[in-house]
Design a protein around this ligand. Structure first.
Ligand code: ZN
Length: 368
């Protein structure tokens, strides 16, 4: 795999009329551009993700993500990005406009497979509208069946695109234009209706939100000679949590909360403890199929509240570490997660430091 994903997020978005460029506004519970970043990561198709932005971006905790400055116009930002990676030996490059947050990972995969036999692959849609074309004062009819409305992500053989971009001085609005202007072949594949560009504020009003809630609970016994994992992080402690997996009560309770909100049964149904293949599984790996379902079905995490019930370790000592880890694992902002510590007055198994329990409430948004 030698693909690079370039995300163009440097536009000023004049038509959007907001102080905050539209790529950075909150859209479905996260900055708009992050939808594209997360999909690129989740697709596992990319070695590197390059964000082109003229606004500083808060550090994203992922080694394969880099941020560079853009140019005044879109084609200059694209040129900057291609120059930046020119010695990095990528075979292919995908270029995407951050203002299109709703494409699917399936589209990325279809583009990628078409690229095997082509140097440029571009998604497009047809239109249902009747089209007229104005030249000076004359308006003519255009045959709509001959019109292609192109979208991004578009993907290319890096070298070919780099050479075309280097000599280009025109203000093109996508990279497919560079190929077409130079009589180079472009493979057009079916785009997606949902992959519309957010241009004006009323595009956001198309969203109608429904909320769903899920509750999760889990408890594991503490045993000696096992590492303790909470929220995906190893926490120094005298014992670890017994179980078929690494016993991470926080992640297990979050999974049940997520499944609850999606109305998809429970963790035991998905990962039966009598299945050998799940033995000693790390809990972050149990989370990834759930997140895929979340993404596929169009749910977005709104917030998660967690009660960790134990005498020790003290939550206050590890709160930051655990929230950081969960924010990375769930692709959400740290301020969408709250972690509370609850002791039990030394009562019962938990009070005697022989078990740790966790309960969660998860809220999901679904946009229609
Ligand atoms: Zn568990």
């Amino acid at each position: 795999m030698s693909n690079c994903f370039i995300l163009l997020a440097a536009g000023k978005g004049k038509r959007f009329k907001s102080k905050n460029p539209k790529q950075f506004i909150n859209y479905k519970n996260k900055p708009l551009f992050m939808h594209s970043v997360n999909k690129a990561i989740n697709s596992k198709l990319f070695k590197s993700i390059l964000i082109v932005s003229n606004k500083p971006i808060k550090k994203i905790n992922n080694k394969c993500i880099k941020v560079i400055k853009g140019g005044k116009e879109r084609h200059q930002s694209s040129q900057n990005a291609l120059n930046f990676i020119k010695n990095k030996k990528f075979k292919n490059v995908f270029i995407h406009d951050a203002a299109r947050p709703n494409f699917s990972i399936k589209l990325l995969k279809r583009l990628n497979s078409s690229l095997k036999n082509n140097k440029a692959v571009v998604p497009f849609l047809k239109t249902d509208n009747s089209i007229k074309y104005k030249i000076k004062n004359r308006v003519k009819n255009l045959e709509r069946d001959n019109l292609l409305f192109t979208q991004t992500p578009q993907c290319f053989d890096f070298k070919t695109l780099f050479n075309l971009s280097k000599i280009n001085t025109l203000n093109v609005t996508d990279e497919a234009s560079l190929f077409l202007n130079n009589n180079q072949e472009v493979k057009f594949i079916k785009g997606e209706k949902d992959n519309f560009k957010i241009t004006i504020k009323s595009d956001l009003k198309k969203l109608n939100v429904k909320s769903f809630y899920g509750i999760g609970f889990d408890i594991h016994r503490l045993i000696k000679n096992k590492k303790l994992y909470l929220g995906g992080k190893q926490i120094p402690f005298h014992s670890g949590l017994q179980g078929h997996s690494d016993g991470d009560v926080i992640i297990h309770a979050i999974i049940d909360g997520l499944l609850g909100a999606m109305r998809k049964k429970d963790i035991g149904t998905l990962f039966p403890s009598n299945k050998i293949k799940f033995k000693n599984i790390r809990s972050p790996n149990m989370l990834s199929p759930i997140l895929k379902t979340l993404d596929r079905e169009g749910y977005f995490i709104n917030n998660i509240d967690i009660n960790l019930i134990c005498e020790k370790p003290r939550v206050s000592k590890f709160r930051k570490k655990i929230i950081n880890s969960l924010s990375n694992l769930l692709y959400i902002n740290k301020n969408q997660i709250n972690l509370k510590g609850k002791t039990v007055e030394r009562l019962g198994l938990i009070g005697k430091e022989k078990a740790i329990a966790c309960e969660t409430i998860v809220s999901l948004n679904y946009y229609v």
